[in-house]
Unconditional design. Structure first.
Length: 391
């Protein structure tokens, strides 16, 4: 089966590069992937898949049923949205939409999903069960997975695979992580209410800006002294609003940020822990406060059995030299984790880095990928799917 998958992928390689370049040149923002979705649906339909459009607002689902007797359904999820970044790569197929770019590789992800569907659609006689392709919108705003789940995209799914490109890993390599791959990501808003006054008489006011500074300092210090250092937490205040004039003490400050964590126990305790610190500081200096903590997406926790299947398939397909075991999780976030609340799953890293020129990081206006990675990703997904039913 592996040789058949590789042969088909190799034959399709020029077409897949063409697809990827088309998607790259025509990026769409989160929740606005209308043309991308129509393009995806057209390719899937041409391969004979049963296609549903407008799933999760702008998502697409394609289903392929093999001729075997295994009743399990395996899903493969790829995301489609781009970022509000103006591309500076100077590629012939660079974004034609000013201010929008596939700087996170979702054009490659979409191509991998389509390529895997194109390959497996020609091997249905050898396909034991059903495979469902989820082309998801709005990953960059961490909403699309929930939209897809709410529209029933994950119903009757027994397991799910995901992939994300990684420029720090060379093309043709696969990165596999056992256990936690990414962090839980939550949103934080803190409002400090003081009392306005003259800048020359601070003792007659309650300075919300100064108190906000104490809150930020206390939170950062408390992480290192009250949280388990083996359970990483990152708290970043990314935006502060407050004040009216240079000589007026501010009475109101609003801070917003993100909180990342890996361990479930730490994640569960964070809202109360943060509020206790903010309350203590504000009480000391006579200010009022409001803490708004919104749960975002949970941590991606790779299923042990599915990860073993993926690793076995990858080593068999490419040899151990091209398979890397990722030693540490990332504190980045991925809403692929939302699907894992409904079915076991595994996400892997696909190397897209060049070995002969500089590689730029994800979300950079100069980000590029080595397109040799496309065949690697398609074969890995297709063969892992086959191994899932034959493990």
């Amino acid at each position: 089966m592996l040789s058949e998958i590789k042969t088909l992928a190799q034959t399709l390689a020029p077409r897949l590069i063409e697809i990827r370049r088309h998607l790259h040149a025509h990026p769409e923002l989160s929740g606005e992937e209308y043309q991308t979705a129509a393009y995806v649906a057209g390719v899937l339909s041409s391969c004979g898949l049963h296609v549903k459009e407008a799933v999760g607002k702008t998502g697409v689902v394609g289903e392929l049923t093999g001729q075997g007797t295994d009743r399990r359904t395996l899903a493969i999820r790829t995301d489609m949205d781009a970022l509000p970044i103006h591309e500076r790569s100077q590629l012939d197929f660079a974004s034609r939409i000013p201010g929008i770019m596939h700087a996170c590789g979702h054009d490659v992800h979409t191509t991998l999903g389509l390529g895997t569907a194109m390959v497996l659609s020609q091997l249905t006689e050898s396909l034991p069960g059903t495979i469902r392709f989820l082309f998801q919108p709005a990953e960059e705003i961490a909403q699309g997975a929930r939209w897809m789940v709410e529209d029933g995209a994950i119903e009757s799914v027994d397991a799910i695979l995901g992939v994300h490109v990684f420029p720090s890993i060379p093309a043709r390599h696969i990165g596999i992580r056992h256990g936690a791959l990414t962090a839980a990501a939550d949103d934080l808003e803190i409002i400090i209410q003081g009392e306005s006054g003259h800048g020359a008489r601070p003792h007659q006011a309650i300075d919300a800006i100064w108190i906000a500074a104490q809150v930020i300092t206390s939170l950062q210090q408390a992480i290192s002294r009250t949280q388990n250092p083996l359970h990483p937490i990152v708290l970043t205040i990314g935006k502060i609003e407050g004040g009216r004039a240079p000589n007026v003490i501010a009475d109101l400050v609003k801070m917003v940020g993100t909180v990342r964590s890996l361990h479930p126990d730490s994640h569960a305790s964070l809202p109360e822990w943060i509020e206790n610190i903010v309350s203590s500081v504000c009480q000391t200096y006579g200010a009022k406060y409001q803490v708004n903590y919104r749960r975002g997406v949970p941590s991606v926790q790779n299923d042990p059995d599915l990860t073993k299947i993926l690793e076995a398939a990858s080593r068999e397909a490419w040899g151990s030299d091209l398979v890397r075991i990722i030693p540490e999780p990332s504190l980045g976030a991925e809403d692929f984790s939302v699907y894992l609340e409904h079915a076991p799953g595994c996400m892997f890293r696909l190397g897209v880095g060049y070995t002969d020129k500089e590689n730029y990081p994800l979300h950079n206006p100069l980000f590029e990928v080595d397109e040799a990675a496309i065949m690697t990703g398609v074969v890995t997904l297709a063969y892992t799917a086959y191994k899932y039913w034959n493990y």
